[in-house]
Design a protein around this ligand. Structure first.
Ligand code: NDP
Length: 283
């Protein structure tokens, strides 16, 4: 069997077009567009690329782009003060601080300072808590984007045995909560997990977000499983690859995400969706 492609790029495009149409309709009624503030501290090259992509998406969605780049020596107090200012602005509905921040800044302190209503990354403990208790809120973009992609593709999740590889606050943990909320049976694996190959080989659905190229071997994948690769790794030759050994895995899976063009575009589209949701909630 050769897997069908989970086409995150196409689904994200559709989602972004529907967001643009909603924004245009609101603006035509005389309302202000949603405002998104993306803050980058320093000049990390990968972060610069992510922030540029978010800015482009923001403009294409018809949002008010309030992005800012702060110097690498910005103090924690200065960054917190900037967040306080944005929290108070009526024309800013979403605030994100691109991670990682420089070492002298505590990322948790930064995330916790963002008004939960404007926390469109969904990283604040308030929003994570709402996800964990199955209450509506702003859900972390990457896992929520994965859920949208699976739903739009028509893949039912109820009752599936799901294995999530990676347990970060940004990817693995909220992914596990989303899948649990969809009534999958979820196993979460991390760096201390015993016999990862065995666990992956029992999964109907595997979601991998680790950050190690090709660490999940294609031969571990159960015949007919659904494979979602969140990993984005840049190789020495400049090309991108995921965390799953794609060429082998695609011969066993029923559905698989490509890297690039799978989860990445869904993350950005979901950020736009969260910003629109936050703007509605604040209007
Ligand atoms: P982190 O480094 O924060 O987390 C990595 C996770 O992988 C940790 O939970 C770690 O375990 C686990 N891990 C490390 N080694 C192993 C191992 N050998 N076996 C099993 N688990 C292991 O990374 P992120 O969650 O931020 O990102 C993961 C990947 O996803 C990266 O490639 C990143 O670029 C990509 N990413 C992609 C996005 C997209 O839009 N497509 C968005 C966000 C991230 P432990 O907890 O025990 O340390």
């Amino acid at each position: 069997m050769t897997a069908k492609i989970l086409d995150g790029k196409a689904i994200a495009q559709e989602l972004r077009e529907s967001i643009r149409a909603e924004v245009d309709a609101q603006v035509a009624k005389g309302q202000n567009p949603p405002g998104l503030a993306v803050i980058l501290v320093g000049e990390d090259p990968a972060s610069q690329v992510y922030v540029r992509n978010k800015k482009i998406a923001c403009e294409k969605a018809g949002f008010n782009d309030v992005s800012m780049v702060l110097p690498a020596d910005t103090t924690e107090e200065q960054l917190l003060a900037e967040i306080d200012t944005l929290n108070a602005r009526d024309d800013v509905h979403g605030i994100i601080v691109q991670l990682p921040v420089p070492d002298h800044i505590d990322p948790e302190k930064i995330i916790e300072r963002i008004d939960p209503k404007k926390d469109v990354d969904g990283f604040h403990a308030y929003n994570m808590g709402r996800l964990a208790t199955r209450m509506p809120g702003l859900a972390p973009c990457t896992p929520h984007g994965v859920m949208t992609m699976l739903e739009k593709t028509g893949i039912p999740l109820r009752g599936l045995d799901a294995v999530v590889v990676g347990a970060s606050n940004i990817v693995g943990v909220p992914m596990a909560l989303e899948l649990l909320n969809a009534r999958a049976t979820v196993t979460v694996c991390h760096s201390a997990t015993k016999d990862l190959a065995q666990k992956v080989s029992e999964a109907d659905l595997v979601v991998v977000g680790v950050g190690i190229p090709n660490m999940v071997k294609g031969e571990w994948i159960k015949d007919g499983a659904i494979v979602v690769d969140v990993g984005i790794n840049r190789l020495d030759d400049g090309t991108l690859c995921g965390d799953v050994e794609y060429d082998v895995a695609k011969e066993k899976a029923s559905w698989i995400t490509p890297v690039p063009g799978g989860v990445g575009p869904m993350t950005i589209a979901t950020l736009m969706q969260n910003t629109l949701q936050a703007a509605y909630a604040q209007s």
